[in-house]
Each structure stands twice: as C-alpha cells, then as structure tokens.
Design a protein. Structure first.
Length: 284
C-alpha cells in the first residue's frame, strides 16, 4: 500500500483517484477497493492508502524473480528472447515479477525501449505467447517499426513454426481451418464454432511422429493466423489435446507447446529467429 496526499477537495475518493492517477473505472474495479471507501468525501490535505498495483498501473516492475531467460538475438531493432514456460510475456499488475518485460527492465538500463507501445501493457512485444507456452518472443525497440509490423502482422511474419506433443496417434496432415469464439467464464477459453462466424483460425500440420510406448505424437505445425489459444483448441477439437494442457486437456508438468521459429520481413530485410530448445528432446 502507498499513501497518496490530496491537495484539493473532491466529492468522492473515487473521483480523486480517477483524477490523480488517470486510471479507468474498470481498472479501479479490478483492485477490489470497497464501494464504501470510494464513495467517501475526499477532503483537502487528507491522505488515502492505495494498492501499489493501482498507483503504478501500467508500469513494469524492475525486479525479476523467474527462471533465467536466454536472449537469442539483439540488434538495433529487436531483442529476441527464449521465453520459459509458466512465465508471463508481460505483467498484468505492477507486483508481477515473473514476466519477460520485468526481465528486460532488470537487464537493460536504457528505459527508452519501454516507451514503445507505452499505452499498452505489452509495450513493444510483437505478439503474445500464453503463460504455459515457451519459445521465441520478439520485443521491438523502435516505435515506427513496431506499429508497421503489428499493423501488417500476417504479411510481415512469413513463418511461425511450433512444436507440440499431443495425446494419441495424430493421423491428420496439411491445413486445418476453424472458426473460434470466446467461451466459458469471462471468455477464459476458446471454442470451435460449427458455422462460419467468429475468428478464422488456420494452421498447417507439417510433420507428425507417433510414439506408441507413450501414446503421444510429436507434431510440427506452421501457424497461419494468430487467434488466441488457436493451436490448443484446434488440436483438442481434432481429438488430440496437447500434452499437459490444463484448459483443453489434462494438466501435467508443463504444456508441451513451443514456439520454435519465427521469420519476419520488413524493408526488404529478412530475419529468422530460432529457439535453442528442442521440445521433442524432452520426450525422447
């Protein structure tokens, strides 16, 4: 908690917080502050105690407590990380110290790189990887380049290769196409729709090797779109949920889904980034 002093009169504590911190009402609601406290009159010269996550809303904690993150590549435009599983890409609250942006904040003294995408919690991250998913994660240092790549994502990212292990013997190869929509409490999960509504999700299954002793298949896919959870929900829809998937299958030691390789193109420049981890080696 942090004490915040008021220098003028407000009709309510809620109005004082919204004015001083510039946060949204929805953000304030997520903090779980009681309605009775928010409705109190806020007198001049009084001090109010507020959660640090609210006071430092949309800021990145400089302390990182997660596993070591390998930097695969760095140049004037990008920092490419090998994200571990069960580490967030970006913080959901300031107190979150297990995320890739806190790792970068701790490692790099130049805070100018965090001005990219300043209004978004992801800052310069070009895409998201689920908390459970490991692999290549790219941070862009340049605002104009960041906007150009994000606004032309499917054209800019030529190749997105993922490794995964699924339950049972997968006998499907080639393109897989579904329409997805949020489902469950607060849209926490995605579901496949039986009709052409929702978000188009496309991937291509490139390789599949069945391991009969483990009753799993080692699968390589090329991701063609970027819908939330799409590989996880599409594989589950095929009847072969990803090993260790707590949402669409059975929880295990880890989700066996890994962003192996990303290739992008901009200004006639092509760059390829590949994870140092071979997911399949964990299972062979």
């Amino acid at each position: 908690m942090i004490k915040v002093g008021l220098l003028k009169h407000y009709t309510t504590v809620e109005n004082a917080i919204l004015d001083i911190l510039g946060v949204s009402k929805s953000r304030l609601k997520k903090m779980g502050i009681s309605k009775d406290f928010l409705s109190k009159e806020a007198n001049k010269n009084m001090a109010i105690e507020l959660p640090i996550d609210l006071v430092n809303s949309n800021m990145i904690n400089p302390n990182y407590l997660g596993p070591e993150i390998v930097v695969l590549h760095e140049d004037e435009n990008f920092i490419v990380m090998d994200k571990p599983c069960r580490v967030h890409g970006h913080p959901h609250f300031y107190s979150d110290q297990y995320n890739c942006l806190s790792f970068l904040r701790n490692k790099y003294s130049d805070n100018k790189i965090f001005e990219v995408g300043r209004e978004n919690s992801e800052r310069g991250l070009l895409y998201r990887l689920d908390y459970e998913t490991s692999g290549v994660l790219i941070y862009c240092k340049n605002e104009n380049l960041f906007l150009g790549l994000r606004n032309n994502f499917e054209k800019s990212f030529k190749t997105k290769i993922y490794q995964l292990a699924v339950e049972g013997e997968l006998d499907v190869m080639g393109p897989v196409e579904n329409f997805l929509a949020p489902s469950g409490k607060k849209g926490a999960k995605m579901k496949v729709l039986p009709h052409h509504d929702g978000l188009l999700a496309r991937l291509e299954i490139l390789e599949s090797e069945y391991l009969p002793t483990k009753n799993i298949s080692l699968v390589t896919v090329k991701l063609l779109t970027g819908v939330r959870h799409q590989i996880r929900v599409q594989m589950s829809h095929l009847g072969h949920s990803i090993v260790g998937d707590p949402l669409y299958g059975k929880e295990g030691e880890r989700l066996m889904l890994h962003a192996k390789k990303y290739e992008l193109q901009f200004d006639d420049i092509e760059q390829s980034f590949e994870s140092g981890l071979d997911l399949f080696s964990l299972l062979l």
